[in-house]
Design a protein around this ligand. Structure first.
Ligand code: MG
Length: 287
């Protein structure tokens, strides 16, 4: 609470001092912008480092392979231990940013001079299948298929009546195994995936869950407080790499909701300052 008060005070003070200095925020989106305007915007776009990292860093790819390698070991171990009388083995995987990459969407967002997730653009982008498989994902999912470990895909998306078909098309487009309506669940109205987890656990032995959002693992993480969310994560520390395998995603998820109170914050100056305050909350004072 004390930290929040401090953040609000600093934010107001900083906005006022920037206004006095004639500094403005480049949030206006227009069709025709000059090269200079584009340069000025790009100097401060909050998304640049995150997307450049995903687009270029071999370290990003290595982290993904690391996650899927651990997942493969877990699957192999479960297969080795399984007795014939046991329930069939299964895993659950989230889709977006876990096995399906969206850098073409984020690149477009940057080129439109936007700095926040844009739901309307996302809904137009999804049916175009401008997607890629996350490094290591297909190799791992194919391994599950070879070992007779069923893969259940669980996602929350909403692009209207065609939502389910779009999601299924993407799984099939990337040639992932078990890409059928027996293995895909789409939540349109809620991000709570726990009913699927419970249902699959009844009929199968659930080996692990894959996701880029801790909410993919437990609903406990659907809280609007950064520090509380971090504490819950610390309590679950033994589960990571065991029951839940996490993929890196620096652009979106419920970690964003914990900062802004919503997963899709409005693109405005106040929210940019909230982002700045969180990014610098443990900053050295220079002394
Ligand atoms: Mg996801």
């Amino acid at each position: 609470m004390e930290k929040q008060k401090k953040n609000k005070f600093n934010r107001r003070k900083l906005i006022n001092s920037m206004a006095l200095a004639g500094i403005t925020f480049p949030l206006i989106s227009r069709e025709n912008v000059s090269a200079q305007e584009m340069k000025d915007t790009m100097k401060s776009n909050a998304l640049l480092w995150a997307i450049a990292w995903k687009e270029t860093a071999a370290e990003y790819g290595a982290l993904c392979h690391q996650a899927f390698n651990i997942a493969r070991w877990k699957v192999d171990s479960a297969v080795a231990k399984r007795k014939r009388s046991d329930k069939p083995l299964a895993i659950i995987s989230d889709m977006d940013n876990t096995i399906i990459g969206a850098t073409s969407y984020w690149g477009y967002i940057i080129n439109q001079q936007k700095e926040f997730f844009d739901d309307a653009i996302w809904d137009k982008w999804v049916p175009k299948n401008l997607i890629s498989a996350i490094p290591g994902s297909k190799r791992f999912l194919d391994h599950c298929y070879e070992k007779n470990v069923e893969v259940f895909y669980v996602t929350n998306r909403n692009q209207g009546d065609s939502t389910y078909q779009y999601a299924l098309d993407q799984l099939q487009y990337l040639k992932f195994p078990y890409a059928d309506d027996q293995h895909l669940t789409v939540y349109r109205e809620s991000s709570n995936k726990m009913p699927s987890k419970e249902a699959i656990s009844k009929s199968h032995e659930l080996v692990l869950i894959l996701g880029d959002n801790l909410n993919d693992y437990k609903r406990d993480y659907y809280v609007k407080d950064v520090d509380e969310r971090f504490d819950i994560m610390s309590n679950d520390r033994d589960d990571y790499g065991d029951k839940f395998i996490i993929l890196p995603n620096p652009t979106d998820g419920h970690w964003v909701r914990a900062m802004f109170g919503t997963s899709e914050p409005e693109p405005n100056e106040e929210n940019l300052m909230i982002l700045k305050d969180f990014a610098t909350r443990s900053a050295w004072n220079g002394k």
